[in-house]
Design a protein around this ligand. Structure first.
Ligand code: MG
Ligand code: ZN
Length: 223
């Protein structure tokens, strides 16, 4: 690669990292727990977040920032559940950056918030290298996608503290090989906490929700 282009890209990433660190410090100061939810398009991020907000927004002051290439369909699905919702339409941009989260929060306001959820643009490549100041990165993998996704997108899975297997109600119909998939996740992200659930049927949702409740109430501090 042209060294000049490389230098510019490095500078842009460093700037993003600095903004992300500043966000993380502010979240700590304000006692906000922030999660960054990533996956391929269609893995069920919005469906999981709909059910998550149904359960948690009434008890935990929550804001959600939704990134999509086009349309505000997802924000509309997440609206009316008691959380503050803001859609970022990236107009073709394939990931969110810390400055977009900053701008969204300036509009939403952070007073009194305890939980911030960012639904990233559906993409397992560049969101991996863009820190958004989150405390926890959550990568979704649906049973319809194939067991080898973690091997194909190792950077994303390696940088995630949580991996959620979604749509498990479809596992049998799609011939999903659970053991192989879990082994692949563990090979790439040995320390990640794994949840298996179906937002549609509710199976496995309790474990996910109580984990989130616990993390929010454990609080957040600069370390
Ligand atoms: Mg979505
Ligand atoms: Zn991108």
């Amino acid at each position: 690669m042209n060294p000049r282009i490389l230098a510019i890209e490095t500078a842009i990433l460093e700037k993003n990292d600095r903004l992300a660190e500043a966000l993380r410090a502010e979240f700590a100061q304000r006692g906000i727990f922030a999660i960054n939810v990533v996956s391929s398009p269609g893995s069920g991020k919005t469906a999981l977040l709909e059910k998550t907000l149904d359960a948690l927004a009434p008890e935990i002051p929550t804001a959600i920032i939704v990134g999509d290439l086009q349309t505000d369909n997802d924000a509309r699905r997440l609206d009316g559940k008691g959380a503050k919702v803001l859609q970022i339409t990236t107009d073709g941009y394939c990931h969110l950056e810390a400055n977009m989260v900053r701008a969204a929060l300036d509009r939403l306001g952070m007073d009194g918030l305890r939980l911030l959820v960012v639904e990233n643009v559906g993409n397992l490549v560049c969101p991996a290298s863009h820190d958004l100041g989150e405390n926890m990165r959550v990568t979704l993998l649906s049973v319809t996608e194939g067991e080898d996704k973690p091997l194909k997108y190792p950077v994303m899975f390696k940088s995630s503290q949580v991996v959620v297997l979604t749509k498990i109600d479809l596992a049998e119909a799609t011939g999903f090989d659970r053991e192989t998939c879990l082994n692949n996740v563990r090979a790439i992200a040995p320390d990640a906490q794994i949840f298996e659930l179906s937002a549609r049927t509710g199976e496995g949702m309790d474990a996910w929700l109580s984990f989130l409740r616990q993390r929010v109430s454990a609080g957040n501090s600069i370390n």
